[in-house]
Design a protein around this ligand. Structure first.
Ligand SMILES: Cc1cc2nc3c(=O)[nH]c(=O)nc-3n(C[C@H](O)[C@H](O)[C@H](O)COP(=O)(O)OP(=O)(O)OC[C@H]3O[C@@H](n4cnc5c(N)ncnc54)[C@H](O)[C@@H]3O)c2cc1C
Length: 547
């Protein structure tokens, strides 16, 4: 993974000349390229761990598994959010772990936690490091130093119960490694976040992630049946049960705990038979409202697709514009890229209010056929038209590519950021508009009017997620203040508009100020009490989750 961006160097797509031109005309781009600094130029604070502490850690995990070299500290200095990338590319991360420690299993992990608790060292669990909410920022809180506890050596499949369809894996196992192993058994987990190529299963569980196919397969919270968490005070390990009435759900307290209670080192997950049939297709609706009603009906009337993504008009226009002069564009009519505020949106005309949706169905051939048939009926009922398989196949093929483009945009002085929420169906359209307005106004207020796009995804019977992407010219020299103003406005609009502060990116550092508004002061106090029990010295991931 590139330390300053996404993916393997040399991998992934670049922005087309056409898209760049489009951005230059709409939001504006930098006159001169803004490449990342060289690795050597990244400024890190001196490590605060003395020889004695390093030796004590090495005595547990082995000398090669305690790393305090520049490259390893840089690689663990931040996650992959916009702010992280801005700082890393400038060579000025907010901090760095004093060392990176790599235990190889439960025994070593326990011993490391005990050592850190006794010496007052903060522990930041680090899976794939793909957090976009500041979840792996190496904060030490009140402690003398902070280690990044990297789980990559705890990455084996320890059991596969084929009959019950439960797999148990080490928390550091990467998404693609597990999926490959399951496929060899004719099985799948069905968890594909956009960051799939790099996430770990422990990180997904700790951050309550949702894959792109969560409408059908369920988010990780539904896929995790049991897990083991090593907390400084001791282990806690709800067993993988199909269901249980043995008191409140301990599993639920661990899933989403974001490394603040302990380190998850083992996860048991529900798996399914790999699908016999995968059918992905595009449909077009006359309006966002019509698309929302169709998706709601699918979710409520036994026609739920595995993947359902309805782009609003702005996102539809952007995908068409980026696709250039392809066939779809012809079917849509002339494409305008609405930018610089809602005023211009209203000039765009009726036909460009159309919204594209991608629907993906996976499963047994007969079952897919009948579910898809019902879904198509609901699309037609809401005035939608089928666009055929090519938009669906194109989406499926490019589903993990967008993060590579973000790096390119940053090199051209363009800010691109995403945020997400969820709300009940009766509030989806209201919240959609309120958050889009808040982002647009905040960008304009920063003197950098931008493009705000959204899609509905992750469907439930009772509601859905709204996922926003916004693009604007970076305010060079004050990129983070610019971001902060927009983030604050969007978060306020979300919590006052009856949305959750996060549907799947987790709380981390960025959303912590809004947590009490959602779960109440008593709710926050209850989590604090649990933390005091499991992590009495407060060494686990300081500054995250709790305000
Ligand atoms: C381009 C991009 C696309 C993304 N798309 C999605 C998406 O589609 N859906 C989605 O849900 N998220 C998405 N994310 C966010 C991120 O990938 C998820 O939050 C993911 O679950 C993090 O997994 P990870 O292994 O990288 O965890 P990390 O980033 O390493 O850690 C996440 C949090 O969990 C803690 N943690 C990590 N491992 C453990 C452990 N074993 N025990 C206890 N705590 C631990 C960390 O301290 C941190 O607080 C995306 C991120 C990026 C950069």
């Amino acid at each position: 993974m590139r330390w300053w961006g996404w993916g393997d160097p040399g991998h992934g797509p670049a922005l087309s000349a056409h898209t760049l031109e489009l951005l230059r005309e709409t939001v504006g781009t930098s006159d001169t390229p803004r490449p990342p600094v060289a690795l050597d130029a990244v400024r890190l604070p001196q490590t605060r761990l003395d020889r004695d502490a390093l030796a004590a850690l090495a005595a547990i995990v082995g000398a090669g598994a305690v790393r305090d070299d520049h490259a390893e500290r840089v690689a663990h200095a931040a996650g992959k959010g916009y702010v992280d990338l801005v700082r890393m590319r400038a060579g000025t991360p907010a901090g760095a772990p004093d060392a990176v420690v790599l235990p190889d299993g439960h025994e070593q992990l326990r011993a490391v936690l005990e050592l850190c608790a006794s010496r007052g060292l903060a522990v930041v669990p680090f899976g794939g490091g793909t957090s976009v909410v500041g979840g792996v920022e190496p904060l030490s809180g009140d402690h003398a130093a902070a280690i990044a506890l990297d789980t990559r050596r705890i990455a084996q499949i320890s059991a596969l119960d084929r009959e019950s369809r439960i797999v148990t894996v080490g928390a550091g196992m990467r998404g693609p490694d597990l999926e490959r192993a399951l496929q060899a058994e004719g099985l799948t987990l069905g968890h594909w976040p956009q960051s799939f190529e790099y996430v770990t299963l422990g990180g997904c569980a700790a951050s309550r992630s949702a894959g792109q196919a969560s409408s059908g397969y369920g988010s990780i919270a539904k896929l995790v049946l049991g897990l083991r968490m090593a907390a400084p005070a001791g282990d806690i390990a709800p067993a993988p049960m199909p269901a249980s009435a043995a008191g409140p759900g301990l599993r639920e307290l661990i899933v989403g705990s974001e490394g603040t209670l302990g380190v998850i080192d083992e996860v048991s997950l529900r798996v399914r038979r790999a699908p016999e049939r995968r059918t992905y297709e595009g449909v077009m609706f006359e309006s966002f409202d019509a698309g929302v009603q169709a998706l709601r009906a699918m979710a409520q009337e036994h026609a739920m697709p595995e993947v359902a993504r309805l782009s609003d008009a702005a996102e539809t226009r952007m995908s068409m514009a980026m696709a250039g002069g392809g066939g779809l564009k012809g079917r849509l009519g002339r494409v305008y890229l609405g930018a610089r505020g809602r005023g211009e949106r209203s000039r765009i005309g009726q036909q460009t209010e159309r919204c594209i949706a991608i629907l993906g169905f996976e499963g047994d051939a007969d079952e897919v056929k009948s579910r898809r048939g019902r879904a198509r009926g609901l699309v037609r009922h809401n005035g939608g038209v089928a666009l055929g398989g090519s938009p669906g196949r194109a989406w499926l093929q490019g589903r993990f590519q967008a993060p590579y483009l973000r790096d390119d945009l940053l090199s051209h002085g363009v800010m691109v950021e995403t945020l997400e929420t969820a709300t009940r169906w009766s509030n989806v359209e209201r919240l959609h508009d309120a958050v889009a307005d808040a982002i647009e106004r905040a960008l304009a207020g920063e003197g950098t009017p931008g493009i705000v796009m959204c899609h509905v995804s992750h469907l439930y019977e009772t509601g859905a997620s709204l996922y926003y992407t916004f693009i604007a010219r970076q305010r060079e020299g004050s990129e983070i203040e610019q971001w902060r103003a927009v983030k604050r406005a969007a978060s306020e609009a979300i919590v006052t508009g009856a949305g959750t502060i996060t549907h799947h990116h987790a709380v981390g550092r960025d959303h912590a100020p809004w947590l009490a508004r959602e779960i109440g002061e008593r709710g926050v106090a209850a989590i604090r009490a649990l933390k005091a029990e499991l992590d009495p010295a407060g060494i686990m991931n300081p500054g995250k989750l709790l305000p």
